[in-house]
Structure formats: C-alpha cells, structure tokens
Design a binder for this molecule. Structure first.
Ligand code: MYA
Length: 182
C-alpha cells in the first residue's frame, strides 16, 4: 500500500519505462533446465573475477546467489565501507551494479548468454553501509534476442521495503562475445 508521502517512484508498481516494457506479443519466458549448469560452467570462462559476484574480488560486491524459481533469481550482498558515496550510504552506481548482476542472473536462467543492453533504476530509499541487500529479478517477456527483466533490492529481509527498483533489456549474444580478442 502506498501513500502520497512516499516517493513518486514508489507509487509506481514497476521501474519499467516504455523502452523496458515488453511488446504485447512478447513470448512468455521459458527457463532452460541446463541454464544453471551453464552458469556454473561460465565461471571457467570468466575466471570468476566478476566485480558483482567474484567471491575473492577485493573491492567487489561479492554478491551471493541464494536460489532461483523459474526465471526469478535471488541473491544478497552486504554493503561495505568501500561501496559508499555520501558518508555512510551506498553509492548509487554500486547499487546499479548490484541490480545489473541480479537482472543478468535472471536473464541467464533463460539459457544462452546475455549482456546488458539497457538498465533503468529508481532509487526509493537510502541504503546504509553495513546493510544486507536482498536482490530479486524476473523476466517479463522475450522478443527475439531481447529479454525484458525487472527486479528490486530490499532492506531488512527478502520481504523488506524496496530501496531500488530496476528494469532492463538484456541481449542474447554468442559465447564468442566473451572470448574474442578486441
Ligand atoms: C560463476 C559465474 C556465474 C555467471 C552467472 C551469469 C550471471 C551474469 C550476470 C552479469 C551481469 C552483468 C552484465 C553486464 O554487465 S554485460 C556488460 C555491459 N554490457 C555490454 O557491454 C554490452 C555492450 N553492447 C554490445 O556488445 C552490443 O551493443 C550488443 C551485443 C548488446 C548488441 O549488438 P549486436 O550487434 O549483437 O545486436 P543489435 O545491435 O542488432 O541488437 C540486437 C537487438 O537488441 C536491441 N538492442 C540492442 N541494444 C539495445 C538497447 N540498448 N536498448 C534496447 N534495445 C537494444 C536491438 O534493437 C536489436 O533488437 P531488434 O531490432 O532485433 O528487435
């Protein structure tokens, strides 16, 4: 339930703009049963040095994936002092990175490999350093190579108040996108 005293963005049910809303004829997302294994395999390709989820990246977010259900992905991370912007509060770009990671995880559950094409964020509440941030994302439609993914970050628990909402388009790419020399 929202009230007029809440931020304007909180009164909307989704972060999606017309650009991140799937077309009316978009396909319902189908989850690939092999996608989870694929996600583990990709660690070998990427070397697990990911800023978002690499467990040993010193100043990374060290996001922990906690589960999935269909295209819905769950994860969490703890905001560290090196993630702050204003004193004592998480930097907005750091929170966008966290959203990118959980949205990308949902996209990868569809099978194949996806990269971020467009990322929109609504910041609804400040996130203090030391917070455990609970991340969720799900696919709202697939149109050709484009997967429309929405998600949110909550504080205080998986059902806590929403601090950040995001909507995105992820684009399916071949494996060579990651392996070719540039
Ligand atoms: C242990 C490890 C586990 C790992 C788990 C995995 C989790 C991973 C989590 C990681 C999370 C972090 C993830 C990251 O951080 S990924 C890193 C950030 N993203 C990038 O670096 C992507 C850079 N961009 C590109 O490489 C190219 O532009 C791509 C590949 C995206 C498209 O170039 P390409 O030449 O291939 O294709 P195309 O141009 O014909 O486009 C194809 C279709 O897409 C539509 N389109 C394109 N762009 C946009 C846009 N901005 N808004 C709306 N639509 C867009 C386009 O209109 C067209 O649609 P249609 O005309 O067909 O309808």
């Amino acid at each position: 339930m929202t009230s007029p005293s809440e931020p304007r963005a909180a009164r909307r049910s989704s972060a999606a703009s017309p650009l991140t809303t799937p077309p009316s004829d978009a396909a319902v997302p189908v989850v690939d049963a092999s996608a989870v294994r694929d996600m583990e395999d990709v660690g070998e390709v990427l070397g697990n040095a990911c800023f978002g989820c690499g467990p040993d990246v010193p100043h990374g977010l060290r996001i922990r994936r906690t589960g999935h259900d269909g295209s819905t992905a769950y994860a969490e991370f703890t905001v560290q002092p090196e993630h702050q912007g204003a004193p004592g509060l998480a930097h907005g770009g750091i929170l966008a990175s966290a959203m990118d990671e959980i949205l990308g995880t949902s996209a990868w559950l569809l099978g194949g490999r996806y990269v971020t094409g467009r990322l929109e964020t609504d910041y609804l509440a400040p996130v203090p350093v030391g917070s455990v941030v609970h991340l969720t994302a799900r696919c709202t439609g697939v149109d050709g190579r484009k997967a429309y993914i929405e998600g949110e970050a909550r504080l205080g628990g998986p059902d806590g108040p929403i601090a950040v909402r995001a909507a995105s388009i992820f684009i399916k790419v071949p494996l060579e996108h990651f392996t070719k020399e540039r």
